[in-house]
Design a protein around this ligand. Structure first.
Ligand SMILES: [Zn+2]
Length: 327
């Protein structure tokens, strides 16, 4: 209960209070589907109206077998307004909230570094709140999926350095499969990348989610290096356009992260899979920098909408929505 109250105090109370207004939400199919199947996103999805509680009580401590890619088993939580893609080491749910039902899937991820970067969870929560209250800000050809807290165990540990890691002390953004190394760093400090790639339940849950949804673009929010850093793995560099687009829309400088060597990064693994992905580093550790990041999400939606219009796609309401939302 303490953790629940703490999280609520830190995040939800800051934004819209612990007793909040209903928001529209959609639930996925309960069917068990293999990775790579687009069928996990049935259209149309049922719409339900629920109170906001992104952090339900711990459900279980399940932890899939190391090394295995478990099937995606979305678990709807009627009290959460979203669904869970899996559990952390301590059994906290990793929640997804989704808006819209278009074919372009955009994924936003906050707090893979837990409470050490709390403002990224606050930003993701504010985006959830915005699109809950303004569903017309979703372009008709977009499905926006927001994971406010990728590392809920870290978020439950306050805001110090130890809150960056998961409950086993692993840095979840050193635990992915592109250029994973058993020695990993945060600036000059050693951090634990886990005993092997995807050793942690949180990274396995996210991997399974990405393989199942095959997003068109992914943004991981971090703080506080002030920049947009495209994912790349070896010669695979599918993310440069996304860096350019977000630099223009948000004002964060687009560059290559060269402060120190980063191994096992999530966006680099996504790049290896051909999925455009970037790290957006906020400029401070306390400001969610909502307005400029909302501008980034809108610019990304408009990018796909304009592509569809140029290709002659027939999506009901799309031309009108582009005129209204895409300056
Ligand atoms: Zn980070």
């Amino acid at each position: 209960m303490f953790h629940r109250v703490l999280r609520c105090a830190v995040l939800i109370a800051l934004l819209y209070g612990c007793t909040s207004s209903p928001v529209p939400a959609v639930l996925p199919s309960e069917e068990v589907l293999p990775p790579g199947s687009a069928d996990m996103l049935p259209t149309p999805l049922p719409t339900i109206h629920l109170s906001v509680d992104l952090f339900p009580e711990v459900i279980s401590g399940s932890d899939a077998a190391d090394g295995a890619i478990p099937l995606l088993t979305p678990t709807p939580y009627p009290d959460s307004g979203g669904f869970s893609i899996g559990q952390s080491h301590e059994g906290r749910d990793i929640q997804v909230l989704q808006f819209g039902s278009g074919e372009h899937i955009l994924v936003l991820v906050g707090a893979i570094h837990g409470g050490y970067e709390t403002n990224t969870a606050v930003l993701a929560e504010q985006l959830v709140q915005h699109f809950s209250q303004a569903p017309d800000d979703i372009l008709p050809d977009v499905r926006l999926m927001i994971i406010p807290v990728a590392n809920p165990d870290g978020l439950a540990r306050g805001s110090g350095l130890e809150a960056r890691f998961n409950a086993r002390g692993v840095d979840l953004n050193r635990n992915w499969g592109c250029e994973w190394s058993e020695t990993a760093y945060l600036r000059e400090r050693d951090v634990d990348p886990g005993p092997r790639p995807f050793s942690e339940p949180e990274t396995r849950a996210l991997r399974t989610f990405f393989l199942a949804t095959e997003p068109d673009a992914v943004i991981f929010y971090h703080s506080k290096a002030n920049g947009v850093f495209p994912g790349a793995c070896g010669d695979l560099e599918p993310s440069g356009w996304l860096g350019d687009l977000l630099e223009e829309a948000t004002g964060y400088p687009h560059g290559v992260f060269s402060h120190y060597t980063v191994t096992g990064d999530a966006t680099n693994w996504l790049a290896e899979r051909g999925i455009p992905a970037v790290v957006v580093e906020l400029t401070t550790s306390n400001d969610p920098e909502f307005t400029r990041n909302l501008a980034g999400v809108m610019a990304l939606q408009c990018y796909f909408a304009r592509q569809d219009l140029a290709a002659g796609a027939s999506v009901p309401g799309l031309p009108q929505a582009v005129r209204r939302l895409c300056p």
